[in-house]
Ligand binder design. Structure first.
Ligand SMILES: [Mg+2]
Length: 350
């Protein structure tokens, strides 16, 4: 039996083009077979030191366990039945992702095949560079640059804007890319139910592809009301870090598209994806493009992958985008190899 022997962690601050930076904790989970599982955690802000500590404690807690038994490891980490605070759940999920990487490497298979192997290329959308700005010409140019780089879909975050600015932003984007590009709208729970309905109806001439996080993530009735009132699909789920949170969302038919974050681990995200499938719902991932693309390729109800490249400079090679599709590598595991030069270049103190 293979055994977990420990872990290495690096904290890095990575910048990608002029628009996005992030602090990530990179995890390398080690085994006595020399197989190493890679993962990373993002969006930590002030909690980075605490998250790092928890991650190290958790990795220590599973030393000697079989990395091919992620359910047994989750049982030890998550103390089933007692929900963890978010960054503890996040540390556990990073370990889960590293376990899937080890599992794939041990089997000589890419992770998406172990997750179901539905396909090896998945639709994706650009999720940066087209955000609200006073300079709408620049937004239009960025949108055209995405299309020139092979994207056929993109997302903007319009929550903080007034109704005229929301409409103006969408008009500029639609005119910049034409009718054959999908444009998703995310409002990060910033609209009321009525606002979500009124604002989104006003966008009808510009054909938004979906409305994401229309209103508060705990207002399941409100999400359902928005969804029922609109003709376009609605989407939510990125903020939930336990599988149980998805029950009211899915059972209540509050959205058309279920979004899963890496905080669920690949194991948790797979469970949610299967529940969504039972209800005839599509699944999309939140961030962690290189990792969660495996889930979307693995399952039959995956819709599209959010392409957000803030951690990509850490890896020697990342999946390319061809005609709107993200092409997964057939290398074993997640198919990712950390670039040691990048790790030293981006290492930072927290
Ligand atoms: Mg979102």
């Amino acid at each position: 039996m293979m055994k977990i022997t420990g872990c290495l962690t690096d904290v890095v601050r990575v910048g990608h083009d002029e628009s996005i930076t992030g602090i990530h904790i990179v995890l390398r989970l080690q085994t006595d077979a020399g197989v190493e599982g890679i993962s990373y955690i993002s969006r930590l802000h002030d909690a980075a030191p605490a998250a790092l500590k928890v991650l190290q404690i958790y990795a220590e807690r599973i030393i000697g366990m079989d990395p091919l038994a992620p359910e047994a490891i989750e049982d030890r980490l998550l103390l089933r039945g007692r929900p963890l605070p978010w960054f503890e759940a996040r540390a556990a999920s990073a370990i889960d992702v590293a376990l899937w990487d080890i599992r794939g490497k041990a089997a000589g298979q890419p992770v998406y095949k172990l997750l179901g192997g539905f396909r090896d290329r998945v639709p994706c959308y650009a999720s940066w560079r087209v955000e609200p700005s006073a300079d709408l010409d620049k937004v239009a140019q960025s949108a055209q640059r995405h299309v020139a780089n092979g994207f056929t879909a993109m997302k903007c975050h319009l929550g903080p804007l007034s109704l005229p600015r929301v409409v103006e932003h969408m008009r500029v984007l639609r005119e910049a890319v034409g009718d054959n590009v999908d444009i998703m709208v995310d409002v990060n729970q910033l609209w009321s139910v009525k606002q979500a309905i009124t604002f989104t109806r006003a966008l009808a001439p510009y054909h938004p592809y979906w409305l994401e996080d229309a209103t508060s993530n705990v207002d399941f009735g409100g999400l359902r009301q928005v969804s029922e009132a609109l003709d376009i699909p609605t989407c939510a789920g990125e903020t939930y870090f336990t599988i149980a949170s998805f029950r009211p969302l899915i059972e209540g038919r509050c959205v058309d598209i279920v979004m899963v974050d890496q905080d669920l681990g690949l194991s948790g995200a797979l469970k949610v994806a299967h529940m969504a499938e039972i209800y005839g719902l599509k699944v999309v991932p939140h961030l962690a493009t290189e990792i969660l693309a495996h889930l979307i390729a693995g399952i039959s109800n995956g819709l599209t992958v959010e392409y957000y490249p803030w951690a990509m400079p850490l890896f020697r090679e990342v999946p390319p985008v061809e005609n709107g599709m993200l092409v997964l590598s057939d290398r074993p595991g997640l198919g990712l190899e950390l670039d040691p030069d990048a790790l030293s270049k981006y290492r930072c103190d927290i």
